[in-house]
Design a protein around this ligand. Structure first.
Ligand code: OGA
Ligand code: MN
Length: 230
């Protein structure tokens, strides 16, 4: 047990970023009502936000700090063995390492079951392995649409270690866009048009601004579940 506690402390020490903690704390602080009431989704027009409203969801504090640690404890040993990839400029992702995981320890199984139960209709066929993407502080995801061949109508992801901004841009009308604030430990869900007709991207640190407010990017790990094409 002692060993586990020490490992947890180490992970906290290594990865907890002061500014990110401050930011999320401020969201959780009941004195800061205006901050708490900030929207998590903004867009090029209110009509677009409303139209896509049901297809784009951000749920803050979807996991607890303890659950974040449980996920990190399970993921960090495997990730640490890999090098971040920076040099494939044609890749959709820059500054990343990744893995897929089919089987999870007990603590994490429960978290993933909760993710799936809120994001997918019961009985829908899911992509077996969970995708884990570790973005370096300088890493980012360029605009892309996930392969329709391999992935169905819904994409959902947990964000660990850092807040970030996800941008959706309509593929055939670039003036139509949405920005999503993804606080650390939140869950996002993209469905249907939001998944098929809009590119999505994760902004790099220097561009990471939501609704005029700077959102510092640290190392970020996402845990992504997808369903299978119909
Ligand atoms: C992807 C992707 C988003 C995320 O890997 O295709 O868009 O939250 N990831 O990391
Ligand atoms: Mn994607």
């Amino acid at each position: 047990m002692e060993l586990l506690v020490n490992a947890v402390k180490k992970i906290h020490k290594l990865n907890v970023c002061k500014s990110s903690v401050r930011y999320v704390n401020s969201l959780a602080d009941s004195d800061l009502k205006t901050e708490r009431d900030l929207p998590l989704v903004i867009g090029s027009s209110q009509a677009l936000v409303q139209k896509l409203g049901t297809q784009v969801e951000v749920r803050t504090a979807f996991i607890t700090e303890e659950e974040e640690v449980a996920l990190l404890l399970e993921l960090e040993p495997g990730l640490k063995k890999k090098r971040y990839e920076f040099d494939h400029w044609d890749d959709a992702i820059h500054g990343y390492r990744e893995t897929e995981r089919l089987t999870w320890g007990e603590a994490c199984q429960g978290i993933l079951a909760r993710v799936r139960s809120v994001a997918f209709a019961s009985g829908s066929s899911l992509l077996g392995p969970v995708h884990v993407l570790d973005l370096d502080k300088t890493g980012y995801i360029k605009p892309h649409i996930d392969s329709v061949k391999f992935c169905g109508s819904t994409i959902t992801g947990l964000s660990l270690l850092s807040d970030s901004v996800m941008r959706l841009v309509k593929e055939d009308a670039h003036s139509e866009w949405l920005d999503l604030l993804l606080p650390r430990r939140s869950l996002y869900i993209l469905r249907n048009q939001a998944r098929y007709d809009f590119t999505h991207e994760i902004l790099k640190d220097e561009d990471s601004i939501f609704n005029g407010q700077r959102v510092p990017r640290q190392r970020r790990i996402s845990v992504i579940c997808r369903n299978l094409p119909a």
